[in-house]
Ligand binder design. Sequence first.
Ligand SMILES: *[C@@H]1O[C@H](CO)[C@@H](O)[C@H](O)[C@H]1NC(C)=O
Ligand SMILES: *[C@@H]1O[C@H](CO)[C@@H](O)[C@H](O)[C@H]1NC(C)=O
Ligand SMILES: *[C@@H]1O[C@H](CO)[C@@H](O)[C@H](O)[C@H]1NC(C)=O
Ligand SMILES: *[C@@H]1O[C@H](CO)[C@@H](O)[C@H](O)[C@H]1NC(C)=O
Ligand SMILES: *[C@@H]1O[C@H](CO)[C@@H](O)[C@H](O)[C@H]1NC(C)=O
Length: 411
Amino acid sequence: MLLKTVPLLVLVAQVLMLENGLLRTPPMGWLAWERFRCNTNCDEDPKNCISERLFMEMADRMAQDGWRDLGYTYLNIDDCWIGGRDASGYLVPDPKRFPHGISFLADYAHSLGLKLGIYEDIGNLTCMGYPGTTLDKVDQDAQTFAEWKVDMLKLDGCFSTPMERAIGYPKMAAALNATGRPIAFSCSWPAYEGGLPPRVNYTLLADICNLWRNYDDIQDSWKSVLSILDWFVQYQDILQPVAGPGHWNDPDMLLIGNFGLSFEQARAQMALWTVLAAPLFMSTDLRTISFQSMDILQNPLMIKINQDHLGIQGRRIYKDKSHIEVYMRPLSGEASALVFFSRRTDMPYHYHSSLAQLNFSRSIIYEAQDVYSGDVISDLRVETNFTVIINPSGVVMWYLYPIKNLEMFQQ
Ligand SMILES: *[C@@H]1O[C@H](CO)[C@@H](O)[C@H](O)[C@H]1NC(C)=O
Ligand SMILES: *[C@@H]1O[C@H](CO)[C@@H](O)[C@H](O)[C@H]1NC(C)=O
Ligand SMILES: *[C@@H]1O[C@H](CO)[C@@H](O)[C@H](O)[C@H]1NC(C)=O
Ligand SMILES: *[C@@H]1O[C@H](CO)[C@@H](O)[C@H](O)[C@H]1NC(C)=O
Ligand SMILES: *[C@@H]1O[C@H](CO)[C@@H](O)[C@H](O)[C@H]1NC(C)=O
């Protein structure tokens, strides 16, 4: 009990709202970890090791292949970039893999209209064993990142105690603010505390972090996607209300373009993450990505929905005995996104429903656009029975918007 109250008391004195005005919509970009991990063997694998070459080549692709212009602007470094600390305690990147330094990379990203994200850990070591940001180094490291003109910091939680995290995350938020440079702050804190109250205080997190990892790291498999989705749905009553402009739940990176997901599963992850108002961080090789995967990630209507300015996280609203689930995210302009998701493993399923069954307002006539096929379904009244054909482990996703308010017409 004593242990639990001490950090809270410490916090009261230290809490400083982040209020950096950043990430009013979920961040979009590219993050190295899921695909490139801690590959530091540049002798054997020069194209794919964690090095400035990898980030510069991704930056080139982001600028030239349409990513940046669609909103994928963050180019984010993850673990394994650190070389050590110099005699004065300042962080230095690995001199062999980042010979020109991080500020050079930041300048390069900025010259292409991108932003640069970096990674540290509020503990003795990063998860892969590189020097961490211990509590006495928080201010110094924040200053270093700002001097390098970094735009986002992901702060991990390995090799730290709950007490150090309770002090360290708010301290870093204050230190970033004190640099005067707007730096988006991604906190892994809740993932280290089980992701749920009472150990996690989401009100406090929303005050100090722009996004936070609630749960396990994603791995390149459908099983991993489902385990993350299941957890987010199981606790949606807790998690859904805490997301909003400037502060987002982060179910972790998109796997699209990698090895573990089928075409249908890739489409499903994109649709489900979008309806959850999740950050869209790709982690794939943009130099070799297929056109099919690009189409999923570059779908303009999908991105428009993800980036809706109301920033309301969606929920699962219906779970059918047939293993079909319906997710809904309210959007601006009285529109909404609907995702019909199949957990079936047999064949395309003909799912019958109506907007009445999904509790939509009776006085409105809607139209829907299928986000993947582009088909328009017009004159949708709430009582209209419709059928969507959903492939196994796939989705049908609709952008649904009102076209006529019957009540207004009657007046
Ligand atoms: C620091 O916080 C204050 C108020 O809490 C805010 O007005 C300011 O924009 C913040 N500055 C940065 C760089 O985040
Ligand atoms: C961090 O390092 C200190 C000093 O070596 C040690 O006492 C402490 O137990 C370590 N903390 C963790 C969480 O590993
Ligand atoms: C959670 O944090 C907020 C903001 O710092 C604080 O006002 C509130 O008392 C905390 N709630 C709990 C249960 O500790
Ligand atoms: C629709 O409303 C009814 C009655 O309030 C409720 O039982 C049902 O779960 C709701 N369905 C959906 C999909 O929200
Ligand atoms: C829709 O289907 C339900 C039950 O399947 C039926 O009762 C209803 O009459 C149908 N509505 C229309 C407009 O066809």
